[in-house]
Design a binder for this molecule. Sequence first.
Ligand code: AHG
Ligand code: MN
Ligand code: MN
Ligand code: MN
Length: 332
Amino acid sequence: MITTVQQHILQQQQDMLKATGREATGTFSWLLSGITLAAKMVEAKIRSAGLIDVLGAFGAENVQGEQQQKLDVYANQALLHCLGLRDSVAALVSEEDEEPVTFNRDPETGKYIIVFDPLDGSSNIDVNVNVGTIFSVLRRLPPEHGTLEESILQHGFRQVAAGYVLYGPSTVLVYTTGNGVYGFTLDPAIGAFVLSNERMQMPEQGSYYSVNEANAASWPEGYRAYLEMLRTGGLGREYSSRYIGSLVADFHRTLLKGGVFLYPPTSKQPKGKLRLLYEANPLAFIAEQAGGVATTGVGRILDIKPEGIHQRTPFCVGSKREMEALRAEPVW
Ligand code: AHG
Ligand code: MN
Ligand code: MN
Ligand code: MN
């Protein structure tokens, strides 16, 4: 019999209730249904993108200084709408919005903060290459412990859930609530995400490295030395290069096949290009839950104390073997 993501999350909560005695509330599954509904809305648009007016630039610049694509805007509106209706949501933080969207809900009801990259890999939309959605869930701090703003800027290790949707040959949802990583495939016949991967584990070592080598001249020296070490058999095997330019797609391959993904500091982006709250943190949570490692090249991603909702970070994520070697190399 099939297991849908809703059934799975309720089962996880019952297991948690049994294991911890902690009252598991159904609000989280209701919350997740907001994400899956928005994902299905985005998926429907992507499937027929060439036939409807969703390709190309929207004609505005976002807070990142990027030209927004029409699908960036649509995906953002879909998530804001579907999640805003859930009364367990206290705030929504999006790559596409300069400030958090807050809902004046009392802390007893508005318990969760959802941080998301509504459409990741926008530069690939018009050439029909995989794009994705990334999300991270934080619990609001009790008022005596912190404000809503402080609740949004919690360390990555405080995430209660994280996941992504990858719109590709099939549409997959991968998520963790801290109790392993689970994959679901959208079954178009019934319009539901159905369990397809239990307790996903990243291989101890892979045979791919994934990095935009056009930036190599401006990386800190250690990264060039590290990649040369991989290329010349330093880890005892041959490597191939794979770089899709959609973080979710490059990450999903690394989760399934192992290896390493790197976005080092560059002269254009000295603090790294990828965003901590809605790209690095959620994927780092998933990577660690699957037995992988995620760092800035020096320290653990999940240990960073965020200072701003759009702050950037160098991002290195992958199998234990490749990441141990990266840590050993002085990458600065
Ligand atoms: P987004 O489309 O959400 O702005 O993210 C784009 C990111 C990420 O998807 C990818 O890994 C990276 O940009 C690619 O950057 P380069 O083109 O500089 O390699
Ligand atoms: Mn963007
Ligand atoms: Mn992105
Ligand atoms: Mn994006």
